[in-house]
Design a binder for this molecule. Sequence first.
Ligand code: AMP
Ligand code: GLY
Length: 426
Amino acid sequence: MNVLIIGSGGREHAIAWKLNQSSQLEQLFIAPGNAGTEKEGINVDLDITNFEQIGDFCLEKSIEVVVVGPEAPLVNGIHDFFESNEKLNSICVVGPKKAGAQLEGSKSFSKAFMKRHNIPTAKYFSATKENINDGIAFLMKLKGPYVLKADGLAAGKGVLILERLEEAMVELKSMLNGKFGEASKSVVIEEFLDGKEVSVFVITDGTSYKILPEAKDYKRIGEKDTGLNTGGMGAVSPVTFANKDFLDKVDNQVIIPTIKGLKKEGIDYSGFIFFGIINVKKDPYVIEYNCRLGDPETEVVMLRLKSDLLELFDGLASGTLSERNVEIDPRTATTIMMVSEGYPEAYEKGKSITGLENVVDSTVFHAGTTKNKEYNLVTNGGRVMAVSSFGKDVPTALAKSYNSVNKIEFEGKNYRKDIGFDLIKE
Ligand code: AMP
Ligand code: GLY
């Protein structure tokens, strides 16, 4: 099979690395990819917002499977575009159509969906300029901290958690007045839930589904989960507090009702669902849905997935996912994200990366890397590379990842030194 992966981060490198192990793979293309995906397949310079260009490329290269890494092309209808074109509609697009992608693309849609299907989630109110007084009344009924979420996609920045009611009221108004542009014309106000978070992933053809390894990611830039939010500074899988009992609850109370709910509403969903779950006194609540895999979670999930990923995609294409097997490596996988100094705020690019050849114990997934004019490896983003390793437990896997991180150098290299800190003590 010929496959095209859309995206350019660590997640896409990990997917490319995994697909490259499949005996069914013929040609693999990554658009636009990075210096790491270049080792797994052929990078192609396509504009991921230009569906027509992507479609033409697929016809030219006889692509059978398109794996969409990030959410934006899904929310903007790449799957719908392929389906509505008779030359493209036999290609399997891994990722939902617009209707299903609303699970991620609209927080008010996803909250209302959960309410309709009795899926546990924080109490909420969906505020707009028109009902702002009711929104403020709802805020006043809550105890702090106060959670405000821009309805639409806001590059991971659309969630504010505020300690004081006055601040929350000011921010609510500012969001409705366009603080995050169109994305915050509608704002979900939520009850704050206190607990530990875990990311749970499934692949589904809309009827059957397979659960992939769960993972915990570390979103804050600073040690002990402090400082600004980032795209993710590291991940660990499995997650010790997500034991069998807990994951059974996630399956019964969240996953099954979600997949049944989609079907009942006539939303034909094919691809990944990422459930952002919070464990509140041993009960799961949905914090968010995403319509794709997580990054950097994928950099541990792909390590632990023993089954052939392309066979699972083939299951989606042929509606035979239920007959496919998902085998998971019982070992622990960890990933440490090496980032550029300054990230998640301003940072420089183009710094030479050295030492990769000395890494023996880890798999290094590139995130923001490229080759410069002289064809040397250089940094090209805030998140530069995810260093993933296996171990019999969290400390062993982490020791390998950190050992490898120490071998890779670039000017301004930064990383969190405490990934997994909260899982080791348990
Ligand atoms: P989201 O984009 O909805 O995942 O929110 C980003 C982050 O904000 C989550 O990963 C949580 O850490 C936090 N968060 C979101 N909603 C809540 C909530 N209701 N209670 C507590 N924390 C939340
Ligand atoms: N790691 C969280 C995300 O991909 O949204």
